[in-house]
Design a protein around this ligand. Structure first.
Ligand code: AMP
Ligand code: MG
Length: 403
């Protein structure tokens, strides 16, 4: 049986970074940059006023109050061509370009506007550069701003727009085929039938794929027969996907057919990992396409997705594959069977701000509420069977809309 680390390494070797494509700016949200972004212009593009007020020469602000002659009116969006001389001022709006000759802005709050708009009385002293946003203050031409592998956020799109970039080179979304298996599965709208259950994995697994910025291709539910599973796998191959995910049918029950279908269509790397929840986990390839057969229990399939599938997808996206881990204090006695265990925990702040982990309750691999209530997965290392209140362990906090 593979350790978690061995299994993860074996899976990761099957993946490389996807190729890139240009997409319109707004569609680049959440996508991964394929190359670094270098500023091809300054921001701001020109010296401009940060206030509504008067553009003047600093030397006219030394002795106040003083009356200056207003020689121009500069709204935002215009290019001033009047030179401001000694004793002169230009009425200027926020964001408007500083006219030649002026080197300072006096906010409108610090002047008295005369009845005649040809004059303004300066009430407050000022110094050179006041209320001017100089060209290049924000971003300088040639500056490297965003690196390859960066996931684009709204503020990044703002920067790109400001730099005149309307199409962005991003990594192509990994395409991930997903199907559930099981004769017991009903859709949420189906009436309840004795012995049957509602299919959760057909929603959780595509949602996890989407939350990482990949594209799920949902193939529906296979019955627990060799023919049905085979048909889904061949459908996935036909779609030319980067990865195939199934759930359930990978343990040792008589109806667990995934393993034998894999053997006939491709190769099996392994089908058990020393992890809890999620020991039955099949990995191999189907006609050359990586295939991961996740366990059927909803919590097991999500936890093993988190541990094994997420890094594979991140690798295709050119992002770091390491999980973010924090150290937390264990808040209560917990037990494990010695497998590397991923306990669903709530994190609370204790005295001094330290994070303390408490079990969400039942840790049954079928209990979806254990994940719904959780803030993190607490990792009990392999070989450890008891942890006590006050012990320190690593936890993987959930972030964003994924686990
Ligand atoms: P299996 O690996 O097929 O033995 O499934 C393990 C457990 O997970 C069984 O209790 C199944 O009923 C349950 N299960 C399998 N697939 C799903 C699914 N898509 N949604 C919810 N539970 C499932
Ligand atoms: Mg089954």
């Amino acid at each position: 049986m593979r350790s978690v680390q061995e299994a993860l390494q074996e899976i990761l070797t099957a993946f490389k970074v996807n190729t890139a494509e240009y997409v319109p700016l707004l569609e680049a949200l959440g996508r991964t940059l394929a190359g670094q972004v270098i500023a091809k212009n300054d921001l701001p593009l020109f010296d401009n006023s940060s206030m509504d007020g008067y553009a003047v020469r600093a030397e006219d602000l030394v002795t106040v109050p003083s009356t200056l002659q207003v020689v121009a009116d500069i709204p935002a969006g215009t290019a001033p061509n009047v030179e401001i001389g000694a004793g002169q001022a230009a009425r200027i709006m926020t964001g408007a370009a500083i006219p030649p000759g002026a080197d300072t802005v006096v906010p409108v709050e610090d002047v008295r506007e005369a009845d005649s708009s040809a004059e303004v009385k300066i009430l407050k002293r000022g110094k050179k550069g006041d209320f001017i946003r100089p060209r290049g203050e924000d971003v300088k031409t040639g500056e490297a701003l965003l690196a390859a592998g960066h996931v684009l956020r709204p503020q990044d799109l703002g920067l790109l727009a400001g730099l005149g970039i309307s199409r962005v080179l991003v990594i192509k979304k990994p395409r991930v085929a997903v199907f559930s298996t099981g004769d017991e599965l009903l859709m949420p709208d189906d009436p309840i039938v004795p012995g049957k259950i509602r299919d959760m994995n057909s929603f959780t697994i595509p949602a996890m794929v989407m939350s990482l910025g990949a594209e799920p291709i949902f193939l529906g539910v296979a019955r627990d027969t060799v023919e049905s599973v085979r048909e889904k796998l061949l459908l996935a191959v036909e779609q030319g996907v980067d990865l195939i995910l199934s759930s359930a049918g990978v343990s040792v029950g008589t109806h667990d057919v995934v393993k034998s279908v894999m053997e006939s269509l491709g190769t099996i790397g392994f089908w058990r990992v020393n992890i809890r929840p999620g020991k039955p986990l099949a990995y191999g390839n189907v006609k050359g396409i990586p295939f991961i057969g996740l366990p059927g229990n909803p919590v097991s399939s999500l936890v093993t997705f988190e541990v094994f599938v997420r890094p594979a997808i991140l690798k295709m996206l050119g992002q770091p594959t390491e999980a973010r881990e924090i150290e937390v204090m264990v808040g209560e006695h917990m037990v494990s069977d010695g497998r590397e265990s991923y306990i669903r925990v709530i994190l609370r702040r204790g005295d001094g701000g330290r994070l303390i982990a408490f079990s969400t309750g039942t840790q049954s691999s079928g209990a979806i509420s254990s994940l719904v209530k959780a803030d993190a997965l607490l990792v009990i290392p392999v070989g450890v069977t008891v942890v006590n209140q006050g012990d320190f362990l690593k936890a993987r906090p959930f972030a964003g809309i994924g686990l």
